[in-house]
Design a protein around this ligand. Structure first.
Ligand SMILES: NC(=O)c1ccc[n+]([C@@H]2O[C@H](COP(=O)([O-])OP(=O)(O)OC[C@H]3O[C@@H](n4cnc5c(N)ncnc54)[C@H](OP(=O)(O)O)[C@@H]3O)[C@@H](O)[C@H]2O)c1
Length: 395
């Protein structure tokens, strides 16, 4: 790997999509928490909107020192220029399947660390097949899903494994509970995903063909079945998000997960009628997403840039409880925080960017998960920023 000398670049962190819903929250977080000497810039397609964001940030911390860069995903040269100007490029410009690839390619070529909020498995698999090898050559770390998808689940499983004995088969079950609303951007990404089932499966197959085989170890994420989980006193519904895939990728990369690791991912619902209602609602949106006119109607319900108000977000929260077992031990752990989709996502995303830029991390390159790229350093940062990682009990 030949890592270009990135210290000579003008910026440590560039935030692309800064004028969007999560982008602006991330900019506010960075403005309030920027370490002394952070060289950072807001990037987006509208210089006017970027300037007015910079003015809005002016009262917060050291925001006056933030730069402004114009770039548009329809202009690949502008993306290459962005990638060449910074050590870490954090992008909230989604849906990533629609807008994301050129920037991943630019970062892989320039040896620039790349961070996104993609919960889109097809996009992540395509980027692995097309850009992982080049990123390994240049030393770029390509980190997807650095928000609520999938940081609490990936780092929570990593934290749970660390409480269990080494060198033995381990199982971890994650139970997610979230009370929150979503934004226009997230809704658009979810609808896009729901309409692409066969292409998503094809991308996953292609990835498996390219991935090196795991020798002498196993890491799997079977989907499990709906059940009453007495260990967490809730109904557990299998949750087919990108999270279990990310957890398994961390388990494949890190020996600490043991010779035979299994992860199952569930939504935890206290009352059965809510469980049935939730499955029905997701099923209805999934069915509608298959029919173009219905999909268009749905996507008009929540516009890009819209999202829950500060008051609504202040009432939102999440917890992910984990039950880990192995070597005769059982451990209960929890990762918890406030509004998962936006306030805490902005925090996780900004802290990941700061971690890639400044922490003393293991040497990695190519497509890597948050646990593999940042692991303990990111847990440490998130704890200091108010997200709980705790061991609830060991038996
Ligand atoms: N992983 C997670 O847990 C998580 C949580 C929340 C969101 N997300 C994902 O994050 C993404 C952003 O969500 P959001 O709610 O912030 O969406 P949003 O408000 O619609 O923001 C999208 C951003 O993309 C920019 N953009 C669109 N087209 C562009 C182009 N041609 N060139 C440059 N920039 C362009 C927009 O710029 P303008 O401001 O100029 O329109 C805006 O800044 C979505 O994909 C969503 O699914 C993930």
């Amino acid at each position: 790997m030949s890592r270009p000398n990135r210290m000579e670049r003008p910026y440590d962190i560039v935030l692309f999509g800064a004028t969007g819903f999560v982008g602006a929250l991330t900019a506010e977080y960075l403005a309030a928490h920027a370490p002394d000497g952070l060289r950072w810039a807001l990037a987006g397609r509208s210089p006017e909107r970027l300037e007015s964001l910079r003015e809005r940030l002016a009262g917060i911390g050291k925001a006056a020192e933030v730069g402004v860069l114009a770039a548009d995903v329809s202009d690949p040269a502008s993306l290459r220029e962005l990638a060449g100007h910074t050590r870490v490029l954090a992008t909230t410009v989604g849906p990533y399947l629609t807008y994301g690839e050129e920037l991943v390619a630019a970062c892989a070529d320039a040896g620039t660390d790349y961070l996104d909020l993609s919960g889109e498995p097809e996009f992540v698999d395509l980027m692995y097949v097309r850009h992982d090898a080049r990123a390994r050559e240049t030393g770029a770390r390509l980190v997807h899903a650095a928000g609520f998808d999938s940081v609490p689940h990936d780092l929570g499983a990593y934290f749970t494994v660390a409480q269990l004995p080494e060198g033995v088969p381990l199982t971890v079950d994650g139970f997610v509970h979230a009370d929150a609303m979503f934004s226009g951007g997230t809704f658009a990404s979810a609808l896009n995903q729901f309409s692409r089932g066969p292409r998503m499966l094809a991308a996953a197959r292609d990835r498996r063909r390219h991935e090196p085989r795991l020798l002498g170890r196993r890491a799997t994420a079977p989907s499990g079945a709906p059940r009453y989980a007495k260990e967490v006193d809730a109904w557990a519904l299998p949750l087919p998000t990108i999270d279990p895939q990310v957890v398994v990728r961390s388990a494949r990369a890190l020996e600490r997960y043991g010779p035979d690791f299994r992860y199952r991912h569930y939504a935890a619902v206290r009352r059965l009628p809510f469980a049935v209602g939730g499955v029905a609602a997701v099923g209805a949106v999934f069915a509608a997403a298959q029919v173009p006119p219905a999909r268009r109607w749905l996507s008009g319900r929540l516009r890009p840039g819209d999202g829950p108000s500060a008051e609504r977000r202040a009432k939102s929260s999440f917890s992910v409880r984990f039950v880990g077992e192995g070597g005769g031990q059982r451990v209960f752990t929890e990762v918890a925080g406030g509004d998962p989709g936006y306030d805490e996502t902005a925090k996780m995303f900004a802290e990941s960017a700061l971690s890639l830029a400044f922490d003393d991390l293991p040497a990695t390159a190519g497509q890597v998960t948050t646990a593999v790229a940042m692991g303990d350093a990111l847990i440490d940062r998130l704890r200091k920023a108010g997200i709980t990682f705790r061991v609830a009990a060991t038996r």
